[in-house]
Write a protein that binds this ligand. Structure first.
Ligand code: 2HA
Ligand code: ZN
Length: 272
């Protein structure tokens, strides 16, 4: 099967289109990587063959040895991805020592993986370990309401998590671990990669203050849906805060505890 006909590819293309329509990917904004499953790899194996040499990743990710990942191209434009998948995306393979990668498909026209490749791979290594392989997607987007909130609320995970959870019950169901917060940092640096890696040990959803979000998930529906849910909650909160300086009423700690009990949500005490 061709890569562009594979079910995993179709699900990712829908995500690029939906995220573009949601307004989270102005110009070159955002990037994404997906670790292929064994079934994905065997479905498209006829099209996977090395193009060019092994190249250094810049750090070692031995936990990803032999893995194959689809990674957005540097400078890729989300809104063009479905029209030009082979120029916007690539599939690469990680060497057995975890220090190098080589391209197996895509990056047509001389492209290369996103400049955030090292950060994506480092985070994949963490989430693969902590989820026993379940989490496969790493996604970075610029949703405006969550970014706006990072100018308004204190940059405190307890405050952010609690405020978003209060907006609608779906939030605690979709991101029961809460939302992590990383302060403003220069994008693409080892510092923001390291800060995010620390947070991704605990959270599936991380706010990059005054910049965007970083989300990890099992598949495109889970990952997109989590950002969509948090972004909607942020929009509701901004509406509320622009009407009244303080909420008249909101669900309390006991309400959230009952929600957790009924839906078996592992909400941490520190957020209640
Ligand atoms: O341009 O969003 O943070 C891609 C980015 C960098
Ligand atoms: Zn960004």
């Amino acid at each position: 099967m061709r890569v562009t006909q594979a079910p995993f590819f179709d699900a990712l293309i829908r995500m690029f289109d939906d995220a573009t329509r949601a307004g989270w990917h102005e110009c070159h904004g955002g990037n994404l990587s997906y670790r292929l499953s064994a079934a994905d790899v065997s479905a498209v194996s006829e099209e996977l063959s090395p193009i060019g040499d092994w190249l250094p990743i810049g750090l070692r990710v031995p936990g990803l040895a032999g893995e194959k990942l689809l990674v957005t191209a540097a400078g890729q434009i989300f809104r063009n991805t479905s029209r030009d998948p082979e120029g916007s995306l690539g599939i690469l393979e990680i060497s057995e020592d975890g220090a190098n990668y080589r391209v197996l498909w895509g990056y047509a026209g001389g492209g290369r993986p996103t400049s955030e490749l090292a950060a994506h791979l480092a985070n994949h290594e963490v989430i693969k370990r902590r989820s026993a392989g379940r989490l496969r997607l790493v996604y970075h987007a610029h949703p405006e309401n969550l970014i706006a909130l990072s100018f308004v609320l204190p940059l405190d995970e307890v405050v952010f998590t609690r405020e978003l959870w209060e907006m609608m019950p779906e939030c605690a169901m979709i991101f029961p671990a809460g939302i992590g917060v990383v302060p403003w940092m220069v994008p693409g640096t080892p510092e923001i990669a390291r800060a995010t890696m620390e947070k991704v040990e605990e959270f599936d959803l991380i706010l990059w203050a005054q910049h965007g979000v970083f989300a990890v998930g099992e598949n495109p529906d889970a990952c997109f849906g989590m950002v969509e849910t948090a972004e909607k909650a942020a929009a509701i909160l901004l509406k509320v805060l622009s009407c009244v300086p303080q909420k008249r009423q909101a669900p309390g700690t006991q309400d959230l505890r009952e929600l957790a009990q009924v839906f078996r949500l592992p909400l941490k005490d520190k957020f209640l």
